[in-house]
Design a protein around this ligand. Structure first.
Ligand SMILES: Nc1ncnc2c1ncn2[C@@H]1O[C@H](COP(=O)(O)OP(=O)(O)OP(=O)(O)O)[C@@H](O)[C@H]1O
Length: 169
């Protein structure tokens, strides 16, 4: 079973999937770490202080994977189920600022979250029947991890478009 966990930076993918890995004894790939460790990028985006990921090289590196891949780019990979973590944009912006991100980056991600950018891509690439949206606002990481585990176990119905953050633009 291949499950990707995607979502705007700050929705809590790394935090929640670390707990799922511990609870379920599953392999979890944190793609951002793999990209850095293996040099799977093409250039540095100095303005955004990020690396431009080489998705083909990342696909090759992952090979015939099983378990969970976590990243805001994870929905670009083939998968059986696609979890999209969501967070109310003002809360998301604050989480990013608390994590030490630059104001411009926090604001950009707040706007992207309000516009459903990643959810839209996930549905476009995989179809609504494969997408599971989980709102992490006001929920602790263990509760989010339980919801992801329920997707892995096949105990949740697909859901997309269940949150509406457009008023937070
Ligand atoms: N459920 C939660 N409630 C409150 N804060 C959270 C929650 N999950 C994560 N956080 C905090 O929000 C910040 C972002 O979390 P995390 O790094 O897991 O997000 P991410 O989606 O993996 O981000 P990135 O895509 O940049 O790796 C961290 O400081 C983390 O401690």
């Amino acid at each position: 079973m291949r499950v990707v966990v995607t979502g705007t930076p700050g929705t809590g993918k790394t935090t929640a999937t670390e707990r799922v890995a511990a609870d379920l004894d599953l392999d979890v790939v944190h793609l951002n770490r793999l990209v850095k460790d293996e040099g799977l990028w093409t250039e540095r985006d100095d303005e955004r202080d990020t690396l431009v990921v080489d998705l083909d090289a990342a696909r090759d590196e992952l090979g015939d994977w099983d378990g969970i891949v976590e990243s805001h780019l994870a929905h670009h990979f083939e998968a059986d189920r696609v979890v999209v973590l969501r967070c109310r944009p003002d809360v998301l912006e604050q989480r990013l600022l608390d994590r030490g991100e630059a104001e411009a980056k926090a604001r950009e991600n707040r706007e992207s979250e309000a516009l459903d950018v990643i959810l839209g891509e996930a549905v476009e690439f995989h179809g609504e029947e494969s997408v599971y949206e989980i709102d992490t606002t006001d929920r602790d990481p263990d509760a989010v991890a339980d919801d992801i585990a329920a997707v892995v176990a096949g105990e949740r119905e697909p859901s997309a478009g269940t949150v509406d953050f457009i008023d937070y633009l």
